[in-house]
Write a protein that binds this ligand. Structure first.
Ligand SMILES: Nc1ncnc2c1ncn2[C@@H]1O[C@H](COP(=O)(O)OP(=O)(O)OP(=O)(O)O)[C@@H](O)[C@H]1O
Ligand SMILES: [Mg+2]
Length: 239
């Protein structure tokens, strides 16, 4: 499912900000548009506000200026539960709900009034190499890497059209990382899911993206491809 997603002049005040000047903002003048299924790598130094931006895009935080439009409708007049189902955020630190792994997988669908798709769930569990897990196991007792993948599956079950991935493989080994990348590239290809993926790993950015957004100096720069970003920015730094 494709979506038209527009980010207009978005800004977030720095919470220690004075009244005026550029220091007032954590970021400002953020603008971008997604008109067809895309794979965006969002990169930038720690503390630039990448997670904050993704949380705002999913309406888990509010912008101080600007607007967000999904299929032409502003967030200000949209139903936030429906919005979060279409523009879904997978957190940097996976948080498990109380109960078993299966409770975790079912609860999110229930909260969103969606039927639980056991077939898709089993397929995702297998594709992410979690089929050895007993679904009755307490979710809180899972390892960090297992929690990260459970939280991803939980979100994928909502079939979002825009998936906001906050360092989705940060706790994973190489093999599991590649499985997550393959699965998400497949969801993009088969379902038309747009991926906006925060990563600090430029090689991963190459593998997963066709566009690159760079957060720096309180703004967002767009590069047509990660390779182009490398040549212009990294090339300039290293030459
Ligand atoms: N209004 C605000 N909302 C969120 N963070 C803010 C705000 N004002 C200032 N900050 C600070 O800005 C930084 C934003 O952090 P955020 O987690 O969004 O960055 P990040 O780019 O995701 O970093 P990392 O790569 O380390 O995950 C934090 O240091 C936070 O304390
Ligand atoms: Mg972050």
């Amino acid at each position: 499912m494709s979506a038209v997603f527009e980010i207009h002049n978005l800004a977030k005040f720095h919470w220690e900000a004075g009244e005026q000047g550029a220091d007032r903002y954590l970021f400002s003048h953020i603008a971008a548009e997604i008109t067809q299924p895309e794979r965006v790598a969002l990169i930038g130094a720690s503390g630039q506000g990448k997670s904050t931006l993704l949380r705002i895009l999913a309406l888990l935080d509010i912008p101080d200026e600007g607007d967000l439009l999904l299929n032409g409708t502003s967030y200000t007049i949209s139903n936030s539960r429906e919005w979060r189902m279409a523009v879904a955020y997978v957190a940097q630190q996976a948080v498990m709900l109380p109960g078993s792994i299966e409770d975790n997988l079912r609860t999110v669908s229930r909260l969103h009034g969606q039927p639980y798709d056991a077939v898709l769930s089993a397929k995702l569990i297998e594709q992410l190499g979690l089929d050895h897990l007993d679904l009755a196991k307490k979710a809180e007792d899972c390892s960090g890497g297992e929690k990260q993948r459970i939280s991803l599956i939980r979100t994928l079950l909502l079939r979002p059209s825009i998936l906001l991935l906050d360092e989705a493989t940060a706790s994973l080994d190489v093999d599991s990382t590649r499985k997550v990348e393959a699965l998400l590239l497949n969801r993009h290809k088969e379902e038309g899911t747009t991926l906006i993926w925060v990563t600090h790993d430029l090689e991963q950015a190459h593998r997963i993206s066709n566009r690159t957004w760079v957060m720096e100096e309180g703004g967002l720069q767009e590069y047509s491809s990660t390779a182009y970003y490398d040549r212009t920015v990294e090339g300039a730094v290293h030459s």
